[in-house]
Design a protein around this ligand. Structure first.
Ligand code: ST9
Length: 660
């Protein structure tokens, strides 16, 4: 009989890795030190552990329950009513997520929240996003409310409270048919009205959760360009509504009109309608809508958020959060993809051990015994765990930002608005890595390694891998493509930052390589056990540093980019920089992941110095093995990337369009 048995239903598709999440939070990044005190006095380690356990159970059961249904029975769009209906199973998952109430850990106390440190929030988010990303995307309303609250007027803060109390959905509305990466090309207009509201006109595209039947209302956060009426009745202040991103303002546009004081719906439909819902490769349960403002002759009215024209900066608060979210979604999917592949490799019997390949009577073995499967699984493990460390390291930096801000508001002696600018800059630097590097590595690993581990069955819908691959592809695309992340990293987070955050990160990595202490609170100790890996990491650091130097040398002499005096006089050399920004993004991602994996290995080696229960022993040995594997198989590649950067010329740009 064939040992290829179809999986029994219903087994949760979701394989969480709570042990590794706890390792990162409490053993590697010492998050226990900030819990149970200060702003988190009510949230000690024990409570945090209990929350994680409960969320993991919810994710693996109630959320995961509708993961497949949402894909096979996607939302139904009715163009006559312009409404969307979601499948009942999906609605049940959504209800379970909201009813569990963990979203309160993500919103300010003023709105009824009990804020947890970002590191715990993102650990929770990993579990939810790994189990059912679409459900989690619909459930972002309270988080949006927090953003409205912190940027809003008294009126907006009341609206934010209604959003929380009535559990309304919310969306971010930037993209237009001809304004994707280039948000500043948006043409949606906002005309001031005599009653102080604004009327919006235009078409937006690719709006996640733009229409659905999960909530009684949806509040759209819309970027639009203010335009003065032709009759001169409402002139705009100077500088408002000009070209590009800086001319955009942010408006709150509800699906249903409501009384801003009471939150009660008036029963009147606002003129923002879903005029199309896209058919997609993946995350099919998550609606991706075309929204038309002013469709069907119904005006779309909204409020200017905070009554200030600062739309792009306000929207970037949402975008920064959403970029972290998309990276987390990708990383979470790779992790469950790897663990599904591992389960399969342990039980699938196929072929003889390579050492007995010539013996046709040799016993058949689990594919886990084959060298190439081990290569693949170690790639997946190292990548999934390295990316989790990158995510939770970034979240730990966000803890520092949050604690400083909180201290500024709590301590009456402190100046208002106290900030930890160093941590803010480091977080800014790391965000494109979490989003851009995280999504690229995850999608490629899922397709080329996790699905591949299953062989032909991986291609079948009997297993979750094919859905993971389809669902994860979007992560390299939305919230700023990988190309945008690469440009953001180099031009904004390195050059414009004058290398400060990168310098701090490089000093921390260099400090670890030297086995001493750098500038961070929790750097590695020099115990000699990872000597070869330290050397590999040191070389990788030198390679990435050289890549940055080479790219900086190609910046134009003057203009948009600040920094040390550039060397190159030929302005076309900027193309050479543009040819390498994605390469640098991936190289820096490898470097940081390598460093974090090795720091984890060091902690694991420490633990292994004392007797551990068998499962713990296996866990720590796995941490060390994955870090060593990554250091030996991935970090040496950065030397080649460096040579490529240093020798890039203009040939690609000189090639005529017809020659492609
Ligand atoms: C999308 C939806 O794809 C996907 C769904 C995701 C999930 C939905 C659920 C989300 C839940 C979220 C909950 C939210 C809760 C909020 C929580 C809050 C705590 N960092 O360089 P310039 C700003 S949506 C910060 O000249 P260009 C900055 O103000 C579609 N700010 O740009 C700057 O001024 P300054 C996603 C940044 O050449 C100004 O922009 N679409 C950053 O005019 C102008 O900067 C995209 O992501 C930054 N990194 O425009 C668009 N960068 O310089 C991708 C810019 O004075 N395209 N600002 O500081 C880009 O990012 C382009 O580079 C561009 C270029 C549009 C910025």
């Amino acid at each position: 009989m064939s040992n290829f048995a179809r999986p029994e239903v219903p087994v949760s598709h979701y394989r969480s890795n709570l042990r590794d999440i706890r390792f990162n939070l409490f053993e590697l990044f010492g998050r226990g030190e900030i819990l149970g005190q200060g702003p988190y006095a009510d949230l000690d380690v024990e409570t945090a552990e209990a929350v994680l356990t409960e969320v993991e159970h919810l994710a693996r059961t109630r959320l995961a329950d509708s993961f497949v249904t949402g894909d096979r029975e996607p939302p139904v769009y009715d163009p006559t009513t312009r409404t969307v209906t979601l499948p009942a199973a999906f609605k049940a998952s959504y209800r379970a997520l909201l009813d569990a109430g963990f979203w309160r850990l993500e919103i300010p106390a003023a709105l009824g929240g009990q804020p947890a440190p970002p590191s715990l929030q993102w650990a929770i988010n990993e579990l939810n996003l790994g189990a059912n990303p679409s459900v989690y995307l619909y459930a972002a309303g309270p988080k949006f409310a927090g953003m409205v609250h912190s940027n809003g007027t008294e009126r907006d803060r009341r609206i934010a409270q209604h959003m929380v109390d009535r559990q309304w959905g919310a969306t971010m509305v930037l993209t237009e048919p001809d304004a994707g990466s280039d948000v500043g090309a948006g043409r949606t207009r906002a005309l001031p009205q005599p009653d102080g509201t604004w009327r919006l006109e235009g078409v937006k595209r690719f709006i996640t959760s733009g229409e659905h039947d999960l909530t009684e209302n949806i509040v759209h956060l819309v970027l639009a360009r203010p335009v003065a009426p032709a009759d001169g009745s409402h002139p705009l202040p100077p500088g408002v509504g000009g070209p590009g991103t800086k001319g955009l303002s942010l408006f709150l546009v509800p699906k249903w009109h409501f009384d801003p004081d009471s939150g009660e719906l008036t029963g009147e439909r606002n003129g923002v309608f879903a005029t199309n819902v896209e058919h997609k490769m993946g995350i099919r349960a998550s609606t991706t809508c075309e929204l038309t403002f002013g469709a069907d002759g119904v005006p779309a009215r909204g409020w200017l958020l905070g009554e200030v024209h600062d739309g792009i900066a306000q929207m970037f608060q949402v975008i920064e959060h959403a970029r972290m979210l998309v990276g987390t979604k990708a990383i979470a999917t790779l992790s469950t993809g790897y663990l599904n592949a591992l389960d399969y490799a342990r039980t699938r019997i196929q072929g003889a051990d390579l050492l007995r390949a010539g013996d046709k009577t040799a016993p058949r073995v689990p594919i886990l015994d084959h060298p190439d499967i081990r290569r693949s699984l170690l790639n997946q493990k190292a990548c999934a765990e390295g990316l989790r460390s990158l995510l939770l390291y970034t979240a730990s930096v966000q803890d520092q930002v949050a604690l400083a801000t909180e201290a500024g508001t709590r301590d009456e002696g402190a100046e208002a608005g106290t900030r930890d600018e160093g941590a803010e800059r480091l977080n800014d630097l790391l965000l494109p890595l979490v989003k851009g590097y995280g999504s690229e590595r995850s999608w490629v690993q899922l397709g080329t390694e996790s699905l591949q581990t299953l062989g032909g069955p991986g291609f079948l819908s009997d297993y979750p891998l094919e859905q993971y691959v389809r669902d994860a592809k979007i992560d390299t695309l939305y919230e700023g493509t990988t190309a945008i992340q690469g440009q953001d990293l180099f031009f904004r987070k390195i050059v414009r930052d004058e290398g400060r955050a990168l310098g701090r990160l490089a000093a921390d990595i260099g400090g670890w390589v030297a086995g001493g202490r750098g500038t961070g609170p929790d750097l590695g100790r020099g115990d000699g056990q990872l000597k070869d890996e330290r050397e590999l990491l040191g070389r990788a650091l030198a390679d990435v540093t050289a890549m940055v130097a080479a790219m900086r040398a190609d910046l134009p002499p003057a203009g948009a980019h600040r920094g040390p005096p550039p060397v190159q006089a030929d302005p076309r050399r900027l193309y050479v920089v543009g040819l390498n920004t994605t390469r640098l993004l991936m190289a820096l991602g490898d470097l940081v992941c390598g460093w974090l994996l090795l720091r984890g290995a060091e902690v694991a080696l420490d633990r292994l110095n004392t007797a551990q229960p068998a499962t713990e022993q296996a866990f720590y040995e796995g941490k060390v093995a994955a870090a060593r594997w990554f250091a030996r198989t991935t970090l040496p590649r950065l030397a080649a990337e460096r040579v490529i950067v240093e020798t890039t010329d203009l040939a690609a740009m000189d090639l005529a369009a017809g020659s492609f």
